[in-house]
Design a protein around this ligand. Structure first.
Ligand SMILES: Cc1cc2nc3c(=O)[nH]c(=O)nc-3n(C[C@H](O)[C@H](O)[C@H](O)COP(=O)(O)O)c2cc1C
Length: 174
């Protein structure tokens, strides 16, 4: 037997998925923001949902590029800084002491300290109200030698509290 539950509580039971550091650049201004609204679309297409109020929004809309940087445990502090400060007010590369690296295929910087970076060019914007989803094609991927994907982080929201989790143990296969 199940009983009716509030929709907001129901939604809180869904794992929100990984959190990433998304880097971008336009007219010489480099920035990083924390992003958990990520969706893998299909083929080489991925998507991030960005609120128009974010400084990164203008950089991505104008440059048509962004880099998705995978976050491991060593970058938790950077996620907090990049998710609580705006590039309008601070230089987040200096604040986090992260190192911008030239991309292989895009002008947007990759983050040297991130284990995996995906360079993306925007192919479509979908405005769902509140957030615009920037659907993009991955042009290049770079990974640190010896990177173990199990060290990637998952972000799970429980009620008003927020926790970070690492990926758990393998429980099945397909
Ligand atoms: C864990 C975490 C996840 C976040 N995910 C998103 C997201 O998916 N989309 C979004 O627009 N803002 C998200 N934010 C908020 C932005 O990162 C935050 O507003 C940031 O200061 C924007 O930076 P900017 O103004 O320099 O672009 C998130 C914040 C945190 C801490």
């Amino acid at each position: 037997m199940k009983k009716e539950f509030s929709i907001s509580l129901g939604l809180q039971q869904l794992p929100e998925g990984p959190v990433y550091l998304v880097s971008s650049e336009f007219e010489g201004k480099k920035n990083i923001m924390s992003v958990s609204m990520f969706a893998y679309m299909s083929g080489k297409l991925v998507s991030v949902g960005i609120a128009p109020s974010r400084f990164s929004f203008g950089l991505i809309r104008n440059s048509h590029e962004y880099v998705i940087n995978v976050v491991d445990q060593s970058l938790i502090r950077a996620v907090k800084i990049c998710g609580e400060n705006s590039g309008r007010d601070v230089d987040k590369f200096s604040l986090t002491k992260l190192t911008p690296m030239k991309g292989v295929k895009v002008n947007a910087p990759t983050i040297q300290e991130s284990p995996v970076s995906l360079e993306c060019t925007v192919v479509k914007e979908v405005d769902i109200g509140g957030h615009v989803w920037f659907i993009a094609e991955v042009q290049a991927a770079q990974a640190r030698e010896g990177y173990d994907w199990r060290s990637g982080l998952l972000l799970k929201w429980i009620g008003e509290k927020r926790f970070y989790f690492k990926l758990g143990k393998k429980v099945g296969k397909f």
